[in-house]
Design a protein around this ligand. Sequence first.
Ligand code: FAD
Length: 457
Amino acid sequence: MSDFDYDLFTIGAGSGGVRASRLAAQYGARVGVAEEYRVGGTCVIRGCVPKKFLVYASEFGHGFNDARGYGWSAENVYFDWSKLIANKDDEIDRLNGIYIRNLKNAGAEIFQSRATLKDKHTIHLHDENRDVTADKILIATGGAPWVDTSVPGHEFGVTSNEAFHLKKLPKHVVVAGGGYIAIEFACIFRGLGCEVCLVYRGEDILRYFDTDVSVQVHEEMKRQGIRVVTQAVFEKIEPLRGDMKRVTLSNGTELEADLIFWAVGRKPATGGLGLEDAGVQLDKAGAIVVDENYRSSVGNIFAVGDVTNRVNLTPVAIREGAAFAETQFNNNPTTMDYRFIPKAVFSQPPVGSVGYAEHEARAEFKHVDIYKTTFRPMKNTLSGSEERMLMKIVVDGGTDRVLGCHIVGVDAAEMIQCIAIAVKAGLKKADFDETVALHPTAAEELVTMREKYKPPM
Ligand SMILES: Cc1cc2nc3c(=O)[nH]c(=O)nc-3n(C[C@H](O)[C@H](O)[C@H](O)COP(=O)(O)OP(=O)(O)OC[C@H]3O[C@@H](n4cnc5c(N)ncnc54)[C@H](O)[C@@H]3O)c2cc1C
């Protein structure tokens, strides 16, 4: 046993920090964990989980329309924002309790406090105004929304942190951003009946996805009545009467809204942690630089999750936390494989994506074959919805290996989780072709696409 108060002290009880701390404690380490906000972190408290509840709520907005073609009449339906938020909060409280219990049951000690480094073995607990020491320190502080503070009136906008606690449903929303959080919230508000305008500085929204995905989502958003303004940024925000604000864009357009939503990116939460003083190297974005064992430039200080700014997703932070605990506290050296991580955008319709986008495959492989189809799913025939579905498979023409798969449409995220197994396992297009279709589903298209896509001449 070391002379330190703890074998491991973790700063941040989010996805990565909780998994690492729980496992390390289960393996017999003396573990302390500090959390300045709520145990569970971004995903549980103000990210994936509450967002998905808002997505579900918003999907009913489309569902009531679609139901008419199936014989239902759902007139005078009424939506209660306060009820949704209260129910969502109850469920988040429940999950928060489970996370706390799991940590305690594993034997970890939780400190409800901001924590910063004093030196490479000393942590200052601000809310208790005292220091503790640890042999190993894990930084798992995640990220925080970034706001362009150079825009006059930027403070009149909210971020995802506040959006989960709005007192009332806005009528007019302007969202800044073109990444997944911006798109998801634009669709959430639209489904709940708000007028929505999305403003993005680039040409194509969802630019980290396959181009066909980006185009399809853009089209579907427009079809739903979301105004999408590209190649523009906020120039200033001014308060008007009541809750209203006016946003002036760089292209001269003026928009009025009662909710201005910043979703222009997130930054690693490393500010003021004392990392530089302890000698921990950060990259240009402020993320902690780590090796494949999550070790920073200081031998006893490690980092996992969004604070390392690599693949900023919950399952990745969890895997990293587990790999760290296995390696350091269970004598079981473990690294993580970052290839073929499935991704989703819970837009309406949603996106599911795994592996290479077409442009990425073309940059790396000599022969690339594309199989793709767009169609109106069966459910949309009676409902009258014009929403279309996209499915695309990217294949290495040299080996027939499936390199990537991209879906936009109902249940895309659910489908891609299963397809990811096949793509990660290195299955070939011939294996997809060999698989018998399940009829009638939309997913059967994934095993019935036979013709290589030929771009129009
Ligand atoms: C709106 C939104 C939607 C998202 N949707 C998805 C999704 O659908 N799927 C998905 O996979 N991912 C999603 N994410 C990303 C996901 O939430 C993160 O990738 C994940 O939470 C990262 O886990 P982490 O452990 O690195 O950090 P976090 O979960 O962010 O945890 C860090 C914790 O550290 C605490 N902390 C920070 N500084 C200190 C300090 N000095 N002292 C004490 N405590 C501190 C914070 O309060 C926080 O609780 C979403 C994120 C957002 C914002």
